[in-house]
Design a protein around this ligand. Sequence first.
Ligand SMILES: [Zn+2]
Length: 481
Amino acid sequence: MKRAFLTNLLIAIGLLSVIPDTHAAPPDVGSAATEAAFRDLYKELVETNTTLSSGSCTLAAERMAARLKAAGFADADLHPFAAPDHPKEGGLVAVYLGRDKKLKSILLLAHIDVVEAKREDWTRDPFKLVEENGSFYARGAFDDKAEAAIWVDTLIRYRHENFKPRRTLKLALTCGEETAGAFNGAQWLSQNQKDLIDSEFAINEGAFGELDAQGNRVALQVEAGEKFPQNYRLDVVNRGGHSSRPVKDNAIYRLAGALKKIEGYDFPAQFTDGSRAYFTGMAKIQATRGNSDVATAMNALVKDPNDAQSIALVSSKDPSWNATLRTTCVATMLDGGHATNALPQRARANINCRIFPGVSAETVRQKLEELVADPAVKVTTLETRGPSSPPPPLTPRVLGPVQKLTAQFWPGLPVLPVLQPGATDGEFLNAVGIPTYGIEPVFAGPDLGNIHGLNEYVGVKALLEGRDFLYRLVKIYADGK
Ligand SMILES: [Zn+2]
């Protein structure tokens, strides 16, 4: 069944297609007036600081609620929420009622919190939206206020047009996606208010429009499934002593030895239907770009998941391809010692793993312990972010409209399913039975707009194209039978 499924999937997503016309202009679906309204909304959202340290998601959600209300949303359709002990980490659920109450709704999800940013590290003020040389610069300009603003703007446009969809549309703006341990709105809603957000499926961040380093469009990604983030701690303790009389048994050296063993290990390659389709599609793209060795290897590993040579070649070419093939674990933080003139009594390291769907956190912990093979090095599983869940099925219902619009916007451009190596709040919704897909047709280059980093940015044209694409995509889903 699987192989036939893959071929059907490939045919369905038109990967067996032509060379893409990377410069075709997409059809215009928005007036200048609506674009100006969008820019104004986007600016307000971006310039509302929503970092955990000094911002307020609750304020940002209130401002978006005010705009929806001004557009005609009734109070009964606006559901602001905040936990009493996390007053600044609130969010909003908005409901746009459909004609047929028997049909399940479609959920539009976006997180409004952003990663921390220090003014002194940035070229511009990270909390001021700056438009320069065709790009918008600010913290959250891309991740994830681009899609959050597009969702709010889209519902406002529908309201102004008096659009009456078959299905109800729901919008959830949530906080806490970027920080483990903070109040996560998507988790809270899925576990405490599931009825309020329950839907046939949800659309979220998690996949983008892929540009190559020259700025040519490569493919439009659709996320179907994500790996599971999990931190582990390696811990070594030692009785220490005076550094003038060193002994062989040293906490830092033991830890270093353990880290080297983890560094040298690659978890076995694994596949989901989505990642098989990804490599099959990417093989075609690589072939059109003259990278025949990579194309051959990708086709080979799809045929034979144990083809070590092909897997090694593909893994070595691009960290994203390596991350799509397997569980990965990497050292991200280190601390050890307590005084310069004393033998260390303790040394610790954080190992951040991205676990392949279907693999448990404990299985990975045991593997790390086996690799380290040193009873003095304790391997502990740290706080688990949330449940790991199987990838949602990539159905023609979800994929069909994306391809149809892609053919109109960017003729010949492949639509590629991806297994997201990073994590999104989709994991909480998938876990409670709301299949969640990453669809964000905003094109970005290999630096992904420096999300989470310094001087985050998004292309103005890319953002506006993504806005028009999603405005039309949601209409198709909302009117779907
Ligand atoms: Zn994000």
